[in-house]
Design a protein around this ligand. Structure first.
Ligand code: MBD
Ligand code: FE
Length: 284
């Protein structure tokens, strides 16, 4: 099954799904109607672009290559991927400046709301023969002052052992490796899952074209995505990484923070690993 996923995965199909998903969650309200702010932001963006053109004496051939590439990003549906890989980390950095609790990280293009609700100890939905090292991920959700947060919501989504996300790659069960875990009366949760693989930006689309044209690599380190929330508290969107993992020090999306690196240990039964990570939520 995983082979056909890899064979059939295309940048354009994944991009179309990510674009569709983004349209359904669009939050533009705050950005509408403020002419002055639009003027400031767009003028500065254009001025920075003009400066780059002058400084590097951009040619018409390069200008045409840029136009062709921008058109292709849209055709491949890769605007969500492009923006989340190369821009979102700074938006998150600014948003996070006012928070004290657990560090956030970027959401990326592959979150889907309303994943199946699961009890405080649960196994993420997965195939019977799901590949990958079993991982027990557990912890407690508290307020920044240490007060436990009963029934906190821990939403998890992750790539499989081949680096694919359900609903954005073919031939995967709809909710594979996605779930909404409801913590117990003291905010504790225990999630049985598998170790995700590093994620490779599709090489056959516009983003892949940019990466190869610039001589970059297309990889994000293996990561778990999380949204943790509780009444009266700010939802935190974050990611957790694995100590010593490939690309942890060289994430194409610049989304790793030292506070977000897990160090799982062997559980003693086979290759299984476990790790504890606690979340502290800022008050709303
Ligand atoms: C991912 O899996 C991801 O998390 C981000 C931020 C961008 C592209 C793919
Ligand atoms: Fe991801």
């Amino acid at each position: 099954m995983t082979d056909t996923t890899a064979e059939k995965a295309t940048a354009a199909a994944s991009g179309a799904a990510a674009t569709e998903r983004f349209r359904s969650k669009l939050r533009t309200d705050a950005a509408e109607g403020d002419t002055k702010r639009v003027d400031t932001l767009v003028t500065e963006l254009l001025t920075a672009t003009h400066d780059i053109i002058r400084r590097h004496k951009l040619t018409y051939a390069e200008y045409d290559a840029l136009k062709a590439w921008l058109i292709r990003v849209g055709e491949d549906g890769e605007w969500p991927l492009f923006l989340d890989v190369w821009v979102e980390h700074v938006v998150e950095e600014v948003a996070g400046e006012v928070r004290e609790g657990t560090k956030g990280s970027i959401e990326g293009p592959y979150y889907v709301p309303d994943a199946p609700a699961l009890p405080a100890e649960a196994t993420l939905p997965m195939r019977e023969d799901e590949a990958g090292t079993p991982l027990l991920f557990q912890g407690q959700v508290t307020s920044v002052d240490g007060t436990p947060l009963p029934s906190a919501k821990v939403e998890i989504w992750q790539a499989d052992d081949d680096g694919f996300y359900s609903q954005f790659a073919p031939n995967l069960p709809q909710w594979n490796l996605r779930g909404t875990v409801i913590a117990d009366g003291t905010g504790h949760f225990k999630v049985h899952t598998i170790q995700p693989a590093p994620y490779q930006i599709p090489t056959d689309g516009a983003c892949g074209q940019l990466i190869s044209a610039a001589g970059w690599h297309p990889w994000r380190p293996a990561h778990l995505h999380l949204k943790v929330s509780a009444p009266g508290h700010q939802l935190i969107t974050t990611q957790l990484y694995f100590e010593g993992g490939e690309y942890v020090d060289d994430d194409i999306a610049t989304a790793v923070k030292p506070e977000l690196i897990l160090s799982p240990t062997p559980t003693g039964n086979g290759d299984d690993r476990e790790v504890t990570y606690d979340f502290a939520l800022d008050k709303a």
